[in-house]
Design a protein around this ligand. Structure first.
Ligand code: DOR
Ligand code: ZN
Length: 347
């Protein structure tokens, strides 16, 4: 039985770090295990321009624990007023790795997002020309569309037409939650990849709704039915280079989640790698964990894999993660996978 694996140090291709006290509270958990992360720009106000990204990156670096080896890969929040020259300069000067498309109103702090995709064609064409990837929150916001169908409808109405219009644009469909999404990413001929979160490999919608409403399992895109979770598991553990980890670890202080209209987001940074090792072992795919967490992402983004390694060790007794962490912005509940985890990153 394998009880120890060494893998290339992983990266997180979709992460929310927030700002201020929350940033200082959550960043050490990611920096302890991951070398790089794609940092989501949905602050209030959002990170739109090159100057915004430089300032945010500076705040992240200042919040890093001393001695940490972590590089934030910044993204720009796409608005209908985004300036193609500024976006191109941010990429050319190594400030921003990608641009993030939030359909307006799709999720937390997405009000400045895109209402009419035609209004951002100029920016997207420029990105295609310079090889800058677009990260996509793939859900329509049309209130007549059932929330469980919003990803599949986004593919038909927005993503597929966009890919046909600008085939050279590199797109990452983030946090894929459906079999439809998995099949679409797997079948694309080029320039499309998908990230998958840790929690969507573990929970289905029963975790949120059966036997009581559990706000700490609520995120967007919302977890779907079991058939979709199984499709995600198959994709993640397959080794297919188009799929890689984007945790979407999204901390909110507990009072903001535990209320009549609670925020979307699951905080998985502390125990993500423990949970993933469990999932991959359960599916007989421990030998493909490294591809998912450390190799496929950099290859897609045109970056080298990390040179350093981490070791995961399987302990005899379960690892005791805290139920919640304390931050200067309040307590934040840690994702509970509802099974004991024995794998731990050796430090
Ligand atoms: O659950 C989510 N939380 N999904 C998102 O798309 C945004 C994120 C957040 O910022 O809290
Ligand atoms: Zn997110």
């Amino acid at each position: 039985m394998t009880d120890r694996i060494e893998i290339t140090r992983p990266d997180d291709w979709h992460l929310h770090l927030r700002d201020g006290d929350m940033l200082r509270g959550v960043l050490p958990f990611t920096a302890a295990h991951f070398a790089r992360a794609i940092i989501m720009p949905n602050l209030v106000p959002p990170v739109v321009t090159k100057a915004d990204a430089i300032a945010y990156r500076t705040r992240i670096m200042a919040a890093l624990p001393s001695g940490a080896d972590f590089t934030p890969l910044m993204t720009l929040y796409l608005t209908e007023a985004s300036d193609p020259d500024d976006v191109a300069a941010a990429h050319g000067e190594g400030v921003a790795a990608a641009v993030k498309l939030y359909p307006a109103g799709a999720t937390t702090n997405s009000d400045s997002g895109v209402r009419d995709i035609a209004k951002v064609y100029l920016v997207l064409e420029r990105m295609a020309a310079i090889g800058m990837p677009l990260c996509v929150h793939g859900e329509v916001t049309d209130s007549s569309i059932d929330i469980f169908d919003r990803e599949a409808v986004f593919i038909d109405r927005v993503l597929d037409p966009l890919r046909k219009r600008i085939p050279e644009l590199k797109i990452v469909m983030e946090h894929v939650t459906t079999k439809d999404g998995v099949d679409y990413v797997a079948s694309a001929d080029k320039n499309l990849a998908g990230t998958i979160t840790t929690h969507h490999l573990i929970i289905n919608r029963n975790a949120i709704l059966a036997g009581g409403i559990r706000p700490h399992y609520y995120c967007l895109p919302v977890a779907k039915r079991e058939t979709h979770r199984l499709a995600l598991r198959k994709a993640a553990t397959s080794g297919n280079p188009r799929f890689f980890l984007g945790t979407d670890s999204a901390p909110h202080a507990d009072p903001a989640k535990e209320q009549a209209c609670g925020c979307a987001g699951i905080f998985t940074a502390p125990n993500t790698l423990s949970c993933l090792a469990h999932v991959f072992e359960e599916d007989g795919a421990l030998d493909r964990l490294e591809a998912f967490v450390s190799l496929n992402g950099p290859a897609c983004y045109g970056l080298p894999a990390n040179e350093t390694k981490i070791t995961l060790v399987k302990r005899d007794t379960p690892i005791a993660y805290p139920d919640r962490i304390e931050t200067g912005a309040g307590p934040v509940t840690v994702f509970d996978p509802m099974f004991p985890v024995h794998w731990e990153v050796e430090t």
